[in-house]
Design a protein around this ligand. Structure first.
Ligand code: AMP
Ligand code: ZN
Length: 298
């Protein structure tokens, strides 16, 4: 295993201990700068079992020892991939003494992600998975008295999303890409402590701190446009060092304040089926579930 980290946008090598210190300082700065939570708050940490959210869980519990953390993991029922993810989540939570809320999609909701592959959601399975995770993470947190939920979205995730949204002019969604999304009725506050750290930095941190994580790739994501866009962005970053940080900063500091004035906040009402906040009559999760259950039963 490597014993030093190359931080590309600084053009510098850092030894293992300096890197760990550097990473934790950066994460702490992000949390404080955007007022994500207080050092004694109760927060939910959404952990997928991948390197990013697992690094975040360890780092948060080290940086803020008085934080009360509930780790939340959804087992999506994707065979060995999901089993391995759940296993590493349990392992890290045990080591850190953090409460783990494991939510089994098939057991609790009656369908799994592979069931959705038999519906029209097949073609946009990653989008459907996103709907499920966003909805359930919010609901599980809300029902567990957790008012702040941290997710492991990285700088790379954010720039990939911005790239797609700006390219297509999806302004209503662009204004929701930010480090902190305030909560509301039945909506917990969402925070992204890793938003200024790259995928590579999270990998170094996980490896240097011997944090367990699953290296399995989701078998449903193969060849996805999201992965292709991330590769493209990495190539741009090589040609234009600092590209990702610059785009992110321009978005947050320059565009967001202006766009937020222009774009009206959508009115939310209660979903007629589940009562959770939604723009339409029936929330996108309830629409998805009704189709998924037809297949799962059938
Ligand atoms: P992704 O969209 O896969 O990049 O995931 C973004 C973030 O969502 C992760 O860093 C986690 O915080 C959260 N997340 C993803 N999958 C799960 C899961 N199965 N259970 C809990 N949280 C998840
Ligand atoms: Zn609903």
């Amino acid at each position: 295993m490597e014993e030093a980290a190359y931080v590309d946008y600084m053009g510098r090598w850092l030894c293992k201990n300096c890197f760990i210190e550097f990473y934790e300082k950066k994460l702490k700065n992000t949390v404080l700068k955007y007022g994500m939570f207080g050092s004694r708050d109760l927060i939910g940490v959404a952990v997928s079992g991948g390197k990013d959210s697992m690094s975040m869980l360890r780092a948060l519990s080290r940086i803020f020892p008085d934080l009360e953390i509930k780790a939340i993991h959804i087992n999506l029922g994707i065979g060995e991939y999901s089993r391995d993810s759940e296993r590493v989540v349990r392992e890290l939570c045990d080591e850190l003494g953090v409460e783990a809320i494991i939510y089994d999609l098939k057991e609790r909701e009656g369908f799994s992600l592979p069931d959705l592959m038999k519906t029209t959601y097949r073609k946009r399975i990653c989008g459907a998975c996103g709907i499920i995770r966003r909805y359930l993470l919010n609901r599980i947190a809300w029902e567990s008295e957790v008012k702040i939920l941290a997710t492991g979205h990285t700088l790379d995730d954010t720039v990939e999303l911005l790239f797609e949204l700006y390219l297509n002019g999806r302004i209503e969604e662009i204004v929701r890409v930010k480090p902190v999304l305030e909560g509301g009725d039945k909506l917990v506050k969402k925070v992204k402590p890793l938003i200024e750290l790259t995928d590579q930095e999270n990998k170094y941190y996980a490896d240097f701190t011997e944090t367990p994580y699953s290296e399995l790739e989701c078998p449903l994501v193969r060849g996805s446009r999201m992965l292709r866009r991330k590769e493209l962005i990495s190539r741009i970053e090589k040609e234009i060092p600092g590209f990702k940080h610059t785009l992110y900063k321009s978005h947050v500091k320059r565009f967001l304040p202006k766009l937020e004035e222009l774009v009206e906040k959508p009115e939310l009402k209660a979903c007629r089926n589940c009562g959770m906040p939604t723009i339409g009559d029936l929330c996108s999760y309830c629409k998805l579930v009704s189709r998924a259950l037809e297949v799962a039963k059938g």
